[in-house]
Design a protein around this ligand. Sequence first.
Ligand code: ADP
Length: 214
Amino acid sequence: MKQFAVIGLGRFGSSLAKTLYSMGHQVLAVDISHENTQRMMDDVTHCVQADTTDEEVLKSLGLRNFDAVVVSIGQDMQASILTTVLLKEMGVSFVIAKANSALHGKVLERVGADKVVYPERDMGERLAHSLISTNILDYIDISPEYSVMEIAVGERLADKTLGELNLRAKYGVSVMVIKNNDKIQVAPGAGDWVREGDVLVVIGKPAALQKIAL
Ligand code: ADP
């Protein structure tokens, strides 16, 4: 069981806090608004109403030894940046901050955020990919160069072995998982068959992934 704090209980923060709690972790949820903390009472371990830009208040929360603290204040950029600075100054080892824009994200990185997330941008990208091809079920960027994609196997790829498809040599794409309903094959080999209706989890460069998903 891990100990997390989520600061800022907007749409993103509240959903994150609830999910972590439902997975069995300890979650401290913090927001400046009384209404927002009240709303979360039954969904997290503790709720505190506090302005996290106030150094003394923030210190009194005792966040130093938490596994991670997530700053999910988006709109009030100043509050988000200030909170992040103070958390790092206090010695919190892992601070994740939500950015609403690229510039906001740059500043968060500069002031010491260990990870910056862009949920709206990422969700937009994922949706765009799944709209381009009905075979693309999900899409995640894992670095500027590589992405992971879930694709539904259509006629073109079906009834061949991975060896016959030869995706790695042809496109530089590796198949990590073959899923068929509840049957999941991890790290499949050249002799494994791909059938229509299977779902492949593949990794590669975005342009190559688009080609095989057509
Ligand atoms: P989302 O887009 O996820 O809904 P918002 O930026 O709208 O994110 O929500 C941010 C939340 O952070 C709001 O609930 C707001 O009350 C809270 N918040 C803003 N400033 C502070 C602060 N100084 N201290 C604590 N919480 C804050």
